[in-house]
Ligand binder design. Structure first.
Ligand SMILES: Cc1cc2nc3c(=O)[nH]c(=O)nc-3n(C[C@H](O)[C@H](O)[C@H](O)COP(=O)(O)OP(=O)(O)OC[C@H]3O[C@@H](n4cnc5c(N)ncnc54)[C@H](O)[C@@H]3O)c2cc1C
Length: 333
């Protein structure tokens, strides 16, 4: 009999110990979103609107924390074209690359900055306002360090203080912010974009090699150009321009693309001296009458606009500035 009693006491103690040491979930949510960056907040907005049981977990003490440090040179590369001449909201949103989707029109970047490329601090403020005005639920200072699947449909997450959270669905919105460090001999002598000095005096009169011709490479070149002696830029492949590829991840930097309005096309050969832009490639957009002017007709078909009598935009591309002689010979410009 005695061994049985001892065994029962031991079992009872184990149950008590297990209950004491198992982390009871601090919270249970149908939807757990990790990260209060633009993507987490946008999803939070729609879940909130739909009345769902959700919570965003953010390791810092603010929304949009990525943009407190990045871009390092503090100018966004996403455009804020405030006026398009149109009232169509969807069309206008295509010219506003910063605002999140919202029913509240006051939450548009156009009301926060008049700059075409806004300051990154303004975007942080925008994301904080977006969170507050919509009442999006965010648990700040909560770094999720572990996510495990408990059974078929449930997840359990753990934060830095061993608090646990039960979640029906987990959505990871933690961004892609780890530096991409290349492997080559001597890489230890290089300084990454994430650590580079922002004091222009450190580059005074120096020759700087920038590896990479993407947005951060050109952003850096743009920033230090006034101090350096020479800047060399290396890349495995030629740079690609976003306006060319339609992929926003490739180069959008202004160093290589400047918009000049109403420059007389017959003076194109003098572009450098007249404007000071030491340019190579030129894309010219002009309004032009169709070749068959005598037809005096409106085709109504965009692809046949060149047949039309009416003015229509025509693009010309030069991979180097035309000479004055070439301009005279040219049939188009
Ligand atoms: C150098 C650089 C410059 C850029 N400049 C621009 C620009 O000018 N304009 C533009 O539109 N885009 C820019 N981008 C792209 C932009 O940063 C991303 O598209 C955008 O931040 C992605 O949003 P996100 O919500 O997915 O991630 P993020 O904005 O990175 O947000 C992720 C959030 O998750 C949090 N988090 C991460 N891990 C955890 C965890 N374990 N637990 C809890 N929270 C966590 C982070 O603190 C952060 O707040 C730039 C990117 C880079 C690298």
């Amino acid at each position: 009999m005695l061994p049985h009693i001892v065994w029962l006491i031991w079992l009872y103690m184990q149950v008590i110990i297990t209950n004491c040491t198992t982390n009871q979930p601090e919270l249970k949510k149908d939807y757990c979103i990790i990260g209060a960056g633009p993507s987490g907040l946008q999803l939070g907005y729609f879940l909130h609107k739909a009345g769902r049981d959700y919570l965003i977990f953010e390791r810092t003490n603010t929304s949009g924390a990525f943009f407190i440090d990045y871009p390092r040179h503090r100018t966004m590369i996403s455009i804020n074209k405030r006026n398009t001449g149109k009232t169509n909201k969807e069309f206008n949103l295509r010219h506003d690359w910063n605002s999140l989707l919202s029913d509240d029109d006051s939450l548009q970047m156009r009301h926060y900055s008049h700059d075409f490329f806004p300051h990154a601090d303004v975007f942080v403020k925008y994301l904080q306002d977006y969170t507050e005005k919509h009442g999006i639920n965010v648990k700040y200072n909560t770094n999720i360090v572990n996510v495990k699947r408990r059974d078929k449909f449930e997840f359990q997450m753990q934060d830095q203080s061993n608090n646990t959270y039960d979640c029906g669905t987990v959505i990871v919105g933690t961004g892609l912010s780890l530096p991409n460090i290349p492997h080559f001999k001597g890489v230890e002598h290089t300084v990454g974009y994430e650590d580079m000095s922002m004091d222009k005096a450190d580059y005074e009169g120096k020759t700087v090699l920038i590896m990479g011709k993407g947005n951060s490479g050109f952003e850096t070149a743009d920033y230090i150009m006034s101090a350096t002696n020479f800047i060399h830029m290396f890349s495995r492949t030629p740079y690609k321009l976003a306006w060319n590829t339609h992929y926003v991840g490739v180069l959008r930097n202004r160093t290589v693309y400047t918009y000049i309005e109403e420059f007389p096309v017959n003076l194109l050969d003098q572009l450098r001296t007249k404007t000071g832009h030491d340019t190579e490639e030129v894309l010219v957009i002009i309004m032009q009458y169709g070749k068959k002017r005598f037809l005096k007709k409106f085709t109504g078909i965009p692809g046949k606009a060149h047949l039309s009598y009416f003015l229509h935009p025509v693009l010309y591309y030069y991979d180097e500035l035309p000479s004055s002689k070439n301009l005279l010979l040219s049939t188009h410009v």
